[in-house]
Design a protein. Structure first.
Length: 358
């Protein structure tokens, strides 16, 4: 006998499912608990020529005030399994699992490799798409492979690390194959008994012990993120944000010289292996006349981190977009650098330099 016919909900408000608490309703909405249900949902949408959106933890997405046409899916695939060798563990985790809960379990087991990614909200399935990173680590450092549903071939596929084309906060899933794959699970190789990562100066400075534990590293990372309002905390006035809103730009030597010529002080820069230089977007924003706590009505810059935009009570997605344009255009006019936004924008129109047009 066949299973129950796919029957999505209508008009589910999406704002509560995002960290910004912004956005209108989904035309159709469904929660997927099994891979077979995903195939049914995609077939249902294809028969009706509907666009499909996959909404994970909602921590890096901005949804239009009008909501989303088509079918919105959220994955509840959260199974976990692991195999141990002498010096490493291979852990496979479902796309719908909480990323930070996964990090906490690995730290508790003494498996290193993702401890500096503590406190990052959202689900596991979104982390390879963005190649999530923080404090000296990124997902590409430990991801071995992932399993995904390929919407082109209408079936499952396994992709190796090399297949993912990882870059700074990006991957093939965000660029040339955007929308093609729906991640089902991911496999990570973590070091058993490994020492915590201390590549990031601020974290290294706070880990004063000669041989800090993974648990101590996690506590330091969480405390650092909390001080910058980079944890999901309903009691924090800066809590309704996507974290860092803009990427740190990577410039050529000539472009860096041009920024130096236009700025009042020498920009901090970090040399990259290919000879380019990464600049802190927060520094560029502040040098362009913006400051922490600045407000434009119900939208503003975090009081603790100039790289985070905050939606206060009464804010709309349109107001947030206007603030993002104001900052991006201000930096471009003052320093000649176009900042690229980190969040994904759903339900908007055409874009310019990554931002939906006003």
């Amino acid at each position: 006998m066949s299973g129950p016919r796919f029957d999505p909900e209508r008009g589910v408000v999406l704002a509560p499912a995002t960290s910004m608490r912004l956005g209108g309703p989904a035309e159709f909405f469904a929660r997927i608990a099994q891979p077979a249900e995903l195939c049914e949902a995609l077939d249902w949408a294809q028969q009706r020529q509907l666009e499909v959106h996959v909404l994970g933890g909602g921590s890096n997405v901005i949804i239009a005030d009008a909501g989303l046409r088509g079918l919105v899916l959220t994955l509840a695939l959260a199974s976990e399994s692991s195999t141990l060798a002498a010096d490493h563990a291979l852990v496979t985790i479902g796309a719908g699992a909480s990323w930070d809960d996964f990090v906490a379990r690995c730290v508790a087991r003494g498996w290193s490799g993702i401890e500096c990614l503590s406190g990052i909200p959202g689900q596991v399935g979104a982390t390879p798409i963005q190649n999530v990173g923080a404090y000296g680590q990124e997902v590409a450092d430990t991801l071995v492979s992932l399993r995904a549903h390929d919407r082109r071939s209408a079936g499952p596929i396994e992709l190796s690390h090399a297949d993912c084309d990882f870059g700074y906060r990006t991957s093939r899933f965000k660029t040339r194959d955007s929308g093609r794959f729906i991640v089902l699970d991911a496999t990570f190789r973590l070091q058993v008994g490994g020492a915590p990562c201390r590549l990031y100066p601020e974290i290294a400075r706070r880990l004063a012990a000669a041989e800090p534990t993974l648990a101590e590293a996690r506590r330091v990372v969480l405390a650092t993120r909390r001080e910058k309002s980079m944890l999901l905390d309903p009691g924090d006035e800066n809590g309704r944000s996507c974290g860092s809103f803009f990427l740190n730009p990577i410039l050529s030597a000539a472009e860096l010289d041009a920024v130096r010529a236009r700025s009042a002080s020498s920009p901090p820069s970090y040399a990259q292996p290919d000879g380019s230089f990464k600049l802190p977007a927060a520094w560029l924003i502040e040098q362009s006349g913006f400051h922490k706590g600045q407000r434009w009505g119900a939208v503003g810059i975090s009081t603790r981190h100039s790289l985070a935009l905050v939606a206060h009570v009464g804010a709309t997605s349109q107001q947030l977009l206007e603030a993002a344009h104001r900052i991006r255009d201000g930096v471009a006019a003052r320093l000649g650098v176009w900042l690229t936004p980190e969040p994904q924008f759903l339900g908007f129109g055409s874009t310019s330099h990554g931002l939906p047009r006003l």
